[in-house]
Design a protein around this ligand. Structure first.
Ligand code: PHE
Length: 340
């Protein structure tokens, strides 16, 4: 009678065990039979209802079954664990022959590439890099550069006024003043940076653009030094066959002043679309530092002289890469930027 019951229970157990393929279900089955309220446990507890003389044999039989089922469960558990481990290993296999994913690391902006290149050229000639604020006092941007309030050349550099006395700088030349105020000659600096003018945006104009100022002040500096330095610069940037040409010009803070052209980097002076078929491209303004400017910062013009220049970085960059529209430099379209 008990024998039959045990056999039946075992059959049922084995049937259920066969259905199982993961350890969670196996654990549920273990609890169903062997847990505190499990079917086998209940049987053991039921022993107490039997007549005393039947209890030892019955107890032995139930315990036997219990051990048998426990062994089956352990076996199955080992099998399932091994299978699960195998599945995990297969899922995590790395196929080293798969093509990798290239990380997107971006590119340096063409303006930054050319700026750094020019910095290197001047550092090679013994210049240091100086810096000044983009939000600047009228005094540094105009007054101290020999451009008083009523000076007509202010019209050419109309800018954005923060207050009557504070402007967005229209040029990097105010850095000249700041450096001369805080340093004694010999001075040899370049000062790259952003400048502002209230220009309409088109292919060659932008209200924000970039310049690089240069300033040298020492005993006996001449226009010959200026020509030599700019010639070395132009050749280093655009190649040994590059020539420079000085045209007389006017700047309030230099005397004499010049605009400087370089032979077109595209046609090497032959004449092409980029240079308007002239063979030359204007890239900077320059001159000998005006005695009034030296006096303003307390440097004696009878003892010292100097030259200054201001490069148009956007122009130089466009020329170097054949970029025909300045707006491309400011739109930051990655399809454009990634070409450099
Ligand atoms: N600051 C002048 C400009 O923006 C360029 C310049 C710099 C000219 C230094 C002479 C000397 O046009």
């Amino acid at each position: 009678m008990l024998r039959d019951e045990l056999d039946e229970l075992k059959r049922k157990f084995i049937n259920e065990l066969k259905q199982i393929s993961d350890s969670e279900a196996l654990e549920a089955l273990r609890i169903k039979y062997m847990g505190k309220k499990g079917l086998v446990t209940l049987l053991l507890k039921g022993m107490g209802d039997l007549p005393p003389e039947e209890r030892p044999a019955a107890g032995q039989a139930v315990n036997g079954l219990k051990e048998e089922l426990a062994a089956l469960l352990d076996n199955e558990e080992r099998r399932i664990k091994a299978a699960e481990r195998q599945r995990r290993l297969e899922a995590e296999t790395i196929d080293v022959t798969m093509p990798g994913k290239r990380p997107v690391i971006g590119k340096r902006h063409p303006l930054s590439i050319v700026r750094r290149q020019i910095e290197d050229i001047f550092i090679g000639m013994g210049f240091e890099i100086a810096d000044g604020p983009e939000v600047e006092y009228d005094y540094y941007n105009f007054e101290a550069l020999n451009i008083p309030k009523d000076h007509p050349s202010r019209d050419l550099q109309d800018t954005f006024y923060i207050t009557d006395n504070i402007v967005l700088r229209t040029q990097t030349s105010p850095v000249q003043i700041r450096v001369m105020e805080s340093h004694k000659p010999p001075i040899r600096i370049i000062a790259p940076g952003r400048v502002y003018r209230s220009d309409e945006v088109d292919a060659t104009h932008s209200p924000i653009f970039h310049q690089m100022e240069g300033l040298v002040v020492d005993h006996g500096i001449t226009m010959g030094d200026l020509k030599g330095v700019l010639d070395v610069f132009a050749k280093a940037l655009y190649g040994e066959d590059t020539r420079t040409k000085f045209r007389p010009h006017y700047f309030p803070f230099t005397e004499p002043s010049a605009e400087v052209d370089v032979t077109c980097a595209w046609c090497h002076g032959q004449g092409c679309r980029i240079c308007g078929y002239s063979g030359w491209i204007e890239v900077l303004g320059a001159g000998m530092v005006h005695p009034n400017v030296l006096r303003t910062v307390g440097i004696n013009p009878d003892e010292y002289s100097g030259f200054a220049f201001g490069l148009g970085l956007d122009r130089l960059t466009m020329l170097k890469y054949g970029i025909d529209d300045m707006r491309l430099l400011f739109e930051n379209d990655y399809r454009f930027l990634k070409q450099f």
